[in-house]
Design a protein around this ligand. Sequence first.
Ligand code: MG
Ligand code: MG
Length: 256
Amino acid sequence: MNQRGIYIKTPQELEIMREAGRINALALEATKALVRPGVTTLDLDAAAAEVIRKHGAKPAFLGVPGAYPYPATITASINDELVHGIPSKRKLVEGDIVSIDCGTIFEGFVGDSAYTMGVGEISPEAQRLIAVTEMALKIGIDKLRAGNRTGDVGAAIQEYIEEQEGLFLTREYTGHGVGRAMWEGPQVPNYGIKGRGIPLRVGMTIALEPMVLLGTAQTRVLPDQWTVASKDGSLTAHFEHSVAITENGPLILTSL
Ligand code: MG
Ligand code: MG
């Protein structure tokens, strides 16, 4: 580890992280398959937990310290809720959009990934928000290359979301290194200045996660002390992949 908390992974460690990421992707797929009106976010949580357990892995979010230990396997954030929503008996309804984030620990390494999807028929503006947020993740991943800096990644996401699309990015939550811990160095903000920030190197593994809001960049924490929502109640979306920086460019670890 260097002084910034950055761990360079060996090829063997990257293989384990690929497996952690694959199991995490299977858990997320299990939740996606259930998303429909009438399903509770606790149902989605149970589905993800079952997949993780079946593969001999552990949920990474369960017990994360906060105001109180995080109580679930996934986070499920509905509509204006951006991240860290706690699964509950709340039923999804037609027209909602739901963001599911999940972390898996396999053989000591973490995979961390998230997606947003619509419940049944959703509004054109919700569709656009989801599509644009997923595209922002793709644009950011393409910048995860040795020789670039964290500012190149953030600047590309910021330029696309704020300048091209006229939407908003929170400044309060960022992407991050991922490995034996869910949060390692470096921080990778979804905004920045080209050529600035931490240099990216082969063997670094980054959880990149654009968090996009329709109406404002401001967020608030709900009374449950975990859920982060948009301050103005506008819709939000979140996509995330854990990605390794290799000699051949970015390698997504949390896909199937
Ligand atoms: Mg995550
Ligand atoms: Mg993350």
